[in-house]
Write a protein that binds this ligand. Structure first.
Ligand code: ZN
Ligand code: ZN
Length: 346
């Protein structure tokens, strides 16, 4: 089968023919119908998100946003059937650490699909049965595919890590794939006002059309005054960096109000600094790191989407054949056409 593989020793990415995998005990095999391209895939390929090769693992199939149809069951799989439409969680708990053994839900070694094991940029993908969720009949498979990261990561970040409450103000930096959904989710959770920040005019226009109350160019003058005016002189209750950009983080932190929370969603190995640690303490501000989401968040989103609380049809920017994965990565890296999500179709 065709698969988009990253060589972890040389850092090269390309399409390869590899054997169709056989599902092991407790696993299902999926005929992949849609797989999203995420900015973190771009960063895995360009090397800014380094992954180390291990003795048993020198290449990986990318793709952590995956949906399709179950085509084979491994031994001992009970709740699933061949022919069911499903989406895959973007990761899995290790199942072996102490918190996993007592089912506390706080795994010490969470593994990411398409990073720590083979993902879905392929004609077929394997998934452990506890990482599979049913796709409702009326939810298009391309929209289902993006729930596991582009939607669920900002959802978990705002709901859990930011602990966003109704009527709190929120600032969102980077209105790309995750940010476009963060705007809608902030709206769903009752945030007010919602302020969007992006260098690109197209992204700012998108933020406004998706429900932001105001959108700013981060280079604008008097931004501090504008944010203060928009938040009744208070500053932001929640500021989220969705881009993993140090300048965005610094600006977001400087615009926090009393007890404001800076939430880091975009991933980068770059250093993080606090502008004025005296104010940071006396205003009781916090910085909170965020990563991914849980299966529970994913099931909530399936339900919210089914009941039309989220509209994802605008999120699918283009469909590409699987063989064009390298082209898709390039398009996203260059922000050609300002895509929210490009979807690979095997
Ligand atoms: Zn991602
Ligand atoms: Zn674990």
């Amino acid at each position: 089968m065709l698969a988009g593989r990253l060589d972890l020793t040389t850092g090269t990415f390309g399409m390869q023919e590899i054997p169709i995998p056989e599902p092991g005990p407790g696993e299902v095999r999926l005929k992949v119908e849609a797989a999203g391209i995420c900015l973190s895939d771009v960063h895995l390929i360009d090397g800014t998100l380094p992954v180390k090769a291990r003795r048993d693992f020198t290449q990986v199939t990318l793709g952590h946003e995956v949906a399709g149809v179950i085509d084979r069951l491994g031994p001992g799989v009970t709740p699933w059937q061949v022919g069911q439409r499903v989406l895959l969680h973007a990761g899995q708990v290790c199942g072996k650490c102490q918190p996993c053994l007592v089912r506390s839900g706080e795994c010490l070694r969470v593994q990411t699909r398409g990073v720590d094991y083979d993902g879905g940029w392929a004609e077929y993908a394997l998934a452990r049965q506890d990482t599979v969720a049913a796709v409702p009949e009326d939810l298009p498979i391309e929209q289902a595919a993006i729930l596991p990261d582009a939607v669920s990561t900002p959802y978990a970040a705002l709901l859990e890590t930011a602990a966003l409450r109704p009527a709190e103000s929120v600032g969102l930096w980077g209105i790309g794939g995750l940010g476009a959904h963060a705007v809608q989710i902030a709206r769903l959770l009752g945030a007010a006002p919602i302020l969007a920040f992006d260098l690109l005019p197209e992204a700012r226009a998108r933020a406004l059309s998706f429900g932001a109350d105001a959108a700013f160019d981060p280079r604008e003058e008097d931004l501090r005054d504008k944010v203060r005016r928009a938040t009744d002189g208070r500053g932001l209750d929640v500021a989220v960096d969705l881009a993993g950009v140090p300048a965005a983080r610094a600006q977001a932190q400087a615009l926090l109000g009393p007890r404001g929370r800076l939430v880091l969603v975009g991933v980068t190995p770059e250093a993080l600094s606090v502008d004025n640690s005296l104010f940071f303490c006396t205003l009781m501000q916090q910085v909170r790191g965020h990563y991914g989401s849980t299966m529970g968040h994913l099931l909530q989103l399936v339900k919210l989407t089914r009941h039309r609380r989220l509209e994802l049809s605008r999120s699918i920017s283009a469909l590409l054949p699987l063989a064009d994965a390298p082209l898709g990565v390039e398009r996203l890296a260059k922000k050609e056409g300002h895509p929210i999500r490009l979807i690979l179709k095997p």
